[in-house]
Ligand binder design. Structure first.
Ligand code: ADP
Length: 603
């Protein structure tokens, strides 16, 4: 099945930004074709002037030879179709030289013949990709278009020790540095060789050396030597490798840099927040920032946590469905809840069992535990608690076979209706009333257009697509960026981005009521990546760093409300950009003057 979206309509939206983007794409495409397509002058591995000289000489020589032969045949009355071997060779050479010369002098049909095969990679895909990118992210000034251009093909296989690119300093190319950096000491050199030879396992370096930075440096060097690939560009220095040991990342060889931008102030529940967003998607922070501005100018947004409970669902098996059902009734009986809660809660000061929801598949039972986890996102915490309960149940039900602490009814990092309906982590609703003049002046659109677009895109369009929690424009963009900046688990973006965006005209149709409802925001302010220096600084900026001593869980819940607030801002801005694009189209359709249209597109 072809999963790419193919659109037959015109390539570009009629606004400046997209026209420029299309030009860029075309230029890239042109460049790609030029770089990758075979040229006539590549026919021989000789300098251009020699190749040209050779083909010219060949052309005139064989031409002369054939004409002479022709004249002789006419004089001797020899039939023209009787050809000797030398005449055949001359004919072949003539054809070859004609093709070369036509190709060299840019005769279109010959060139198209030469690189038809190369163009096939673009055919049917390039136009639709360009359109797809423009349609999907039609915000002004979008700069992600470059991603659609495939890189020129790599023509040669890297040698075992690839060349280092020459550095340019003051316009003078410096000699390329060696790939294999000299090791810090003889001892380091020995360890590197031992890792390369497979005598020392790379994962033991930290414990053997007792120095995480040195371990990372040695592993990195060994990796470069083993693979023959340079890691230049992936920084090693400037990172605290001790802080990730046994917590965040194994076998480190460096770290990836992601820029952090700030959107805000986001006025939420009467407080102002500067929202850090780690992203490499151009325009995302600017767009969210515009949404924050609209919210601020309208008096702010309100964000409410509806429920707060992490979930984990082990799967257990019995000999019969009857036995599985018996455990289900036992677990769901309120009389037994207290006993199970005591077993569960002793795993942590912060873990508090809230409920156990069961589902049966034959003789298999799935028990979805839900619990409060304080300021931790809570996956570790709840797993420990569940293990305690399973240990207790095993004594009561010795025929219970525990197949897995996670049976996917939880459901972690996978799209699942159970999270969308029941919630996981923090369930949050966030709303704002955006004033008519703000919709016009800041968002450059109309309330009615936004309401209509929301109904047709976020509700109907997503329903048509069979969406699961995807009733929004781009919640995952904002969720991912805030998650990466604040040390959350970015893989939980899957369910954390479940969101339904609602828009309604209020106050006699003048103002816009907008809301986002997000049932599964999974965030924490302690544990995991939240303790790392950069991520911790971002949490600090929001005033939610670490554990809340007075009221455990308050920091994590506040962070969830901020995530929802930022999503609200992002939704407002992107929806407005799309709706403004439609406005331009409809103005054109109704034959307004081009001056007016240009003004609207630019404003
Ligand atoms: P997670 O369960 O999200 O993976 P971790 O287990 O890594 O998180 O981190 C939670 C740890 O932080 C626990 O050991 C817990 O006892 C400790 N902790 C300290 N203060 C708090 C708090 N306010 N809320 C939750 N956990 C806290």
């Amino acid at each position: 099945m072809d999963v790419r979206r193919r659109l037959s309509k015109p390539l570009c939206r009629p606004n400046k930004a997209s026209a420029a983007a299309c030009e860029t794409l075309k230029a890239h495409k042109q460049q790609y074709l030029l770089v990758s397509s075979p040229k006539a002058s590549d026919a021989l591995p000789l300098p251009l002037y020699l190749t040209n000289g050779l083909f010219f000489t060949m052309f005139f020589t064989v031409m002369y030879f054939l004409l002479v032969r022709w004249r002789e045949k006419i004089r001797n009355s020899t039939p023209l179709h009787v050809v000797t071997l030398s005449e055949l060779a001359a004919l072949a050479s003539l054809i070859a030289s004609v093709i070369y010369l036509l190709g060299f002098f840019g005769i279109g049909f010959v060139q198209s013949f030469l690189y038809r095969a190369n163009q096939e990679g673009w055919d049917g895909e390039d136009e639709s990709n360009e359109q797809y990118l423009l349609e999907e992210d039609s915000r002004r000034g979008v700069t992600t278009l470059g991603c659609s251009v495939p890189p020129p093909p790599v023509r040669r296989i890297a040698s075992v020790v690839p060349e280092q690119p020459a550095k340019i300093s003051n316009g003078v190319a410096e000699k390329p540095g060696p790939l294999i950096a000299p090791a810090g000491s003889e001892e380091d050199e020995e360890i590197i060789s031992s890792v390369v030879a497979g005598k020392t396992p790379s994962y033991l370096l930290e414990s053997k050396l007792g120095d995480c930075k040195r371990a990372a440096s040695i592993r990195r060097e060994a990796l470069q030597r083993i693979t023959g690939k340079s890691l230049e560009g992936l920084p090693l220095d400037g990172f605290d490798y001790e802080s990730i040991l046994g917590q965040c990342c194994e076998l480190p060889v460096g770290y990836v840099q992601i820029p952090v931008g700030i959107a805000g102030p986001l006025l939420l529940n009467g407080c102002e927040y500067s929202v850090p967003m780690a992203t490499t998607e151009g325009c995302l922070v600017a767009s969210t920032n515009r949404g924050c501005k609209a919210i601020f100018a309208s008096g702010g947004a309100t964000s409410i946590v509806l429920r707060d409970g992490m979930t984990r669902a082990p799967v257990v098996r019995f000999g019969t469905a009857k036995r599985a059902a018996e455990l289900k009734f036992f677990v769901e009986d309120p009389v037994n809840f207290e006993t199970l809660a005591v077993a569960f809660n002793k795993s942590s000061r912060f873990a508090r069992l809230q409920s156990i929801q069961c589902a049966i598949a034959g003789k298999n039972l799935y028990m979805r535990f839900s619990c409060g986890t304080g300021d931790a996102m809570g996956m570790n915490m709840i797993s420990k608690g569940v293990q305690h309960v399973l240990d207790y149940l095993q004594t009561e039900y010795p025929d219970m076979d525990v197949l897995g602490i996670s049976g996917n009814f939880c459901s972690d990092k996978k799209p699942a209706a159970v999270n969308w309906i029941e919630g996981r982590g923090k369930s949050v609703v966030c709303e704002a009333i955006i004033k008519e003049e703000v919709v016009k002046k800041v968002l450059k659109t109309e309330v009615a257009s936004l309401v209509e677009l929301n109904m047709l895109k976020n509700l109907t369009g997503s329903a048509m697509a069979g969406a699961l929690g995807g009733f929004n424009a781009h919640a995952s963009n904002i969720v991912s960026a805030v998650y990466i900046a604040t040390g959350q688990d970015p893989a939980q973006n899957v369910e954390s981005s479940h969101c339904i965006t609602m828009m309604e005209a209020v106050n006699d149709g003048k103002d816009l009521h907008v809301s986002v409802t997000m049932p599964s925001i999974e965030v924490g302010t302690v544990g995991g990546g939240t303790q790392l220096a950069s991520q911790s600084a971002c949490l600090n900026l929001l005033g939610v760093k670490g554990a809340n001593k007075d009221s455990p869980g308050t920091n994590a819940r506040l962070l969830a409300t901020i995530v929802a607030g930022a999503v609200l801002a992002g939704e407002l801005s992107l929806m407005s950009a799309i709706s403004a694009g439609q406005l331009v189209k409809s103005h054109m359709k109704y034959n307004r003057s081009s001056k007016n249209i240009t003004q609207q597109a630019a404003s």
